[in-house]
Design a protein around this ligand. Structure first.
Ligand code: TRP
Ligand code: SF4
Length: 440
C-alpha cells in the first residue's frame, strides 16, 4: 500500500493505516497534555501521531514549540479544510507560534495553476477564513513558498542527500514526473524544518495534517536525521549512546556531546573514540528526547550544524463527502464551502446521503446508522458544540427516535447560523489579511 498525497483516494481504514505505516494512536494520554483539548481530539478526529511526545514534553515543561503546516491553494475552502485551521488555532491558544505555508509552488507544479490564481485563492480563502475562524495575528505568519528564499535554499541543500529511488518508492514517481513536481516534497521538507533555523533555534515542531501527507512527514523526518552531526539512540546493551556522524572533527564533537551530557546532569558517561560514541549507562525514551534536543541545540550553536529535531505530526481523518465518497474541492456537490451562498449550502445538505432507512416507519422501528452518515459527521466535526449534544444526536439516531428529515433540518439551522456569523467575522477581519502575510 502506498499513500499518494496528490491522489484522490479516500483513506478510511485508519487502523490499517496506523499499523502499516507505524503511526501511533492519538488518544487521551496524548491530548491531555493540553489545558483545553479541542473537541477534534476528544472525538478522535485526530486519530494518529508521530513523535507527539516531544511536543507534550515542551507543553508540560513550558518550553518553546511551534506549529508548522501548509495549504495548497487549489480551490475554495470547504468544511474539510476548516478543521485543520481550528486545530492550529487551538494550538496557538496553548502557546505555540504558527508558521503557515501557502504552497503556491505546489499548486503550480501539481495542479497547473498560475501564480496569480494560487495567490488569489490563498489570500481570499485560506488567510482570510483563518482570521475569521479566530487565528490571532500575533506570533503567527503565513508565507508564500515562492517568496521565501530561505526555504528554497534549504530545499536545495536537502536535495543533496535525497535520491530518485527514494522519491520513486515513496511517491510512485516515474520517469515522466516533472522536476517541479518532484521538488514539491523537498520544498515541503524545507517548509517544515526551516522554523528551527531561525533565532529561536532547534525545537519541537508539530505538523497537523491529513494522513495523505504522511509520506512527506516520513521523508522530512529522515532528512532531519540525515543532517544531524550528533545522534542519540538506545544501545543494544542498555542505556543510550550518542554517535558522531561525520568522520571529521570527531574529537571536538565528542567533547561537545560530553559537555551536553554533563550540563544535563548525566554523571556516568563513557567515551569510546574508536566507535565515535559516548555512552550513558541509564536512560529511557524520556532521556533520549531530552538529550536529542540538547544535542541539536549544541550542534547548531557551536558546531556549525543545522541541529534539526525530527518534526512531530498529528493526522486527522477525512470528512466523508455529502454524496458518500471523498469530500473534494473539485466536486462542489460533495462539500460545503465556507463562503458559498447559504441557499446552495442548504440545498446540498438536504440532498446529502444519510445512514437512514428507506422509510420512516422502518427507521422508527430499527433505528439508523450515524456512524455511516455524512450528516452525523457534520455534527461531529462542526455543528455540535458540546459532547452531550453530539451524544444525543448519535443515540436518538441509533434508537430510531430521530428521523433524517428533522435531523437535516436541525443541521441546516446550525450550519446557516454559523455561516452568517462567519461572514460577519470575515468582514471584521478583512483589514488584517495583508498584515499576517509575510513579504518574504
Ligand atoms: N502538501 C500540502 C497540501 O497538499 C501543503 C503543504 C505545503 C504543507 N507545505 C507544507 C503541509 C508543510 C504541511 C507542512 O495541502
Ligand atoms: Fe444521519 Fe441524522 Fe439520519 Fe441519523 S437521523 S442517519 S444522523 S441524517
Amino acid at each position: 500500500m502506498q499513500i499518494d498525497p496528490w491522489g484522490s483516494s479516500a483513506y478510511q481504514d485508519y487502523a490499517r493505516l496506523r499499523t502499516e505505516f507505524g503511526i501511533a494512536p492519538f488518544g487521551q494520554p496524548e491530548w491531555s497534555a493540553f489545558r483545553d483539548p479541542h473537541p477534534l481530539f476528544r472525538r478522535n478526529v485526530v486519530f494518529g501521531h508521530r513523535d507527539f511526545e516531544r511536543v507534550a514534553d515542551a507543553v508540560k515543561g513550558h518550553d518553546p514549540w511551534s506549529v508548522m503546516t501548509g495549504f495548497m491553494p487549489s480551490g475554495d475552502l470547504h468544511l474539510g479544510h476548516k478543521m485543520v485551521l481550528e486545530q492550529v488555532i487551538a494550538h496557538q491558544r496553548e502557546g505555540a507560534d504558527l508558521h503557515l505555508a501557502l504552497a503556491d509552488f505546489e499548486a503550480m507544479a501539481a495542479r497547473g495553476f498560475t501564480a496569480e490564481k494560487a495567490h488569489r485563492i490563498a489570500l481570499d480563502q485560506y488567510v482570510h477564513n483563518a482570521l475569521a475562524l479566530g487565528l490571532q495575528p500575533e506570533r503567527a505568519e503565513f508565507y508564500f513558498q515562492t517568496r521565501r528564499t530561505r526555504v528554497q535554499a534549504l530545499a536545495h541543500r536537502f536535495a543533496e542527500k535525497v535520491n530518485w529511488s527514494q522519491l520513486a518508492a515513496l511517491y510512485g514517481f516515474t520517469g515522466s514526473t516533472s522536476m517541479a513536481h518532484a521538488l514539491a516534497p523537498l520544498i515541503q521538507a524545507a517548509d517544515i524544518l526551516h522554523p528551527q533555523t531561525d533565532a529561536e533555534g532547534p525545537r519541537p515542531i508539530l505538523v497537523p495534517v491529513g494522513v495523505d501527507q504522511d509520506p512527506h512527514i516520513r521523508l522530512t523526518r529522515d532528512i532531519a536525521s540525515d543532517w544531524r552531526l550528533l545522534s542519540v539512540q538506545e544501545h543494544k546493551e542498555g542505556g543510550l549512546a550518542i554517535y558522531v556522524k561525520p568522520d571529521e572533527g570527531v574529537k571536538a564533537l565528542l567533547d561537545l556531546a560530553e559537555s551536553v551530557l554533563r550540563d544535563l546532569g548525566y554523571g556516568e558517561t563513557k567515551r569510546n573514540e574508536g566507535y565515535k560514541e559516548v555512552r550513558v549507562r541509564a536512560g529511557g525514551k524520556n532521556d533520549l528526547r531530552r538529550i536529542d534536543l540538547a544535542l541539536a541545540r549544541a550542534e547548531a550553536k557551536s558546531a556549525g550544524g543545522l541541529g534539526l529535531v525530527r518534526p512531530s505530526a498529528t493526522f486527522h481523518r477525512f470528512q466523508t463527502g455529502l454524496t458518500g465518497g471523498k469530500m473534494s474541492s473539485s466536486k462542489p456537490e460533495t462539500s460545503i464551502y465556507l463562503t458559498e451562498d447559504p441557499k446552495t449550502a442548504e440545498k446540498k445538505l438536504k440532498a446529502s446521503v444519510t445512514g437512514g432507512k428507506q422509510t420512516a416507519e422502518e427507521q422508527r422501528r430499527l433505528g439508523a446508522e450515524p456512524d455511516k452518515c455524512p450528516v452525523y459527521e457534520l455534527y461531529l466535526y462542526h455543528l455540535a458544540k458540546d459532547d452531550s449534544h453530539l451524544a444525543e444526536v448519535h443515540d436518538t439516531c441509533k434508537s430510531g427516535a430521530r428521523l433524517c428529515g428533522g435531523c437535516k433540518g436541525e443541521a441546516a439551522t446550525l450550519l446557516l447560523s454559523w455561516m452568517k456569523a462567519h461572514k460577519e467575522k470575515r468582514d471584521q477581519v478583512a483589514h488584517l489579511v495583508p498584515s499576517i502575510v509575510s513579504a518574504n
